[in-house]
Design a protein around this ligand. Sequence first.
Ligand code: PHE
Length: 333
Amino acid sequence: MRERLESLRTEALQEIQSATEMELIKELKVKYLGKKGELTAVLRGMGSLSAEERPVIGGLANEVRAALETAFAQKSESLETEELEAKLQSETIDVTLPGASLEPGSIHPLHSVIEQIEDIFIGMGFEIAEGPEVELDHYNFEMLNLPKDHPARDMQDSFYITPEILLRTHTSSVQGRTLLAKEGEVPVRIIMPGKVYRRDDDDATHSHQFTQIEGLVVDRGVSMGELKGVLLQLIQKMFGPDTEVRLRPSYFPFTEPSVEVDIYHPEKGWLEILGAGMVHPRVLEKAGYDSERYTGFAFGLGVERVAMLKYDIDDIRHLYNNDLRFLRQFKSV
Ligand code: PHE
C-alpha cells in the first residue's frame, strides 16, 4: 500500500507539473482527489490493514493529499497568471498605429454665398422666409402682375406640371405668399433664398436649375434711393468697397421702375447679377397692401453669378457636378 501511495504521488505530481491548461488541472483534481478518485480508492483499502500499519499509512496518505493539494494550488496560480498575460498580450491596442482618417467636408460655395448674403441682410434688419419649389401659377405669375396672356411670361420658360402648377421660375413667387401672411402689416423686410427652374440648355453659363435670393421691403416712404443703398451695401460687403456697380433701366411686370444691376469684373467686364425695382402698385394691392400709403422695393439676385464672380469659377456646372477636386478647394471659405 505504501508503494501504491508513493507511485500515486510521483505520477500525480508529474501530471500536475506538465499540465498546460486550467481545464486539465480540474480534471486531474477529480482524478486524484475526487470522491471516486485514486487517493480515495487507496484509503478505502485501509480497513484491511493491521492496527500498527493503519496510522503509518494514514499519515502517509495525508502527506500525499497535502502534497497534491499544494501542487494543484501552485500550478493553478501559475496557469492563471499565464493565461491572463496571454490575454493581455493578445488584446493589446497599439495606440501609435495611424487611424482611419475622416476627411471633414466643406461648405459648398453656393451655400457659403447664401449664408454670407443672409448675414449681411440680417445685419440690416431683414428676416428670412421660404416658399415651395413646386408652386401655383397664381403665386409665380398672377400675383406678380403677370396674367395668363401676358407676353412677359415668355421671359421665363417654365416647367409646367399641370396648367396651374409649375416649378417656380423665380423666388419672386415667395413675395405674394409672405405679403399675404403679413396681412397688411409693415414694415416688411425679408429675403427669400431658394432654388428656381427654367427650361434652358445647360452650358457653362446656363442651368435649368439655379438659385436666387429675393429681397422685399414694404413700408411707408420706401424709395428707389433706399433700394440703391441696400444693394450697394450688399455688393461692397461681398466684393470689397471699391467694386463698381451699374444700374440699367429694365423691365419686369412686377416692378416699376425696374433696373438691372451689373458689377464690374476686370477680365469679364460688366456682369448682370440681379434684377430689381419698386414694387408695382398692383402687386401690393393684390396682396392686400394699400398702394396709396405704402411703397416697396424688390430684387432678385442670381446666387451662381455671385459665387462664380467671387471665387473665379468659369463654368456654372462646377457648382452642380460635385467633383471632389473642385469642392475641396473651398475648405477655408
Ligand atoms: N424675378 C426676377 C427674375 O428672376 C428678378 C426680380 C426680382 C426683378 C424682384 C425685380 C424684382 O428675373
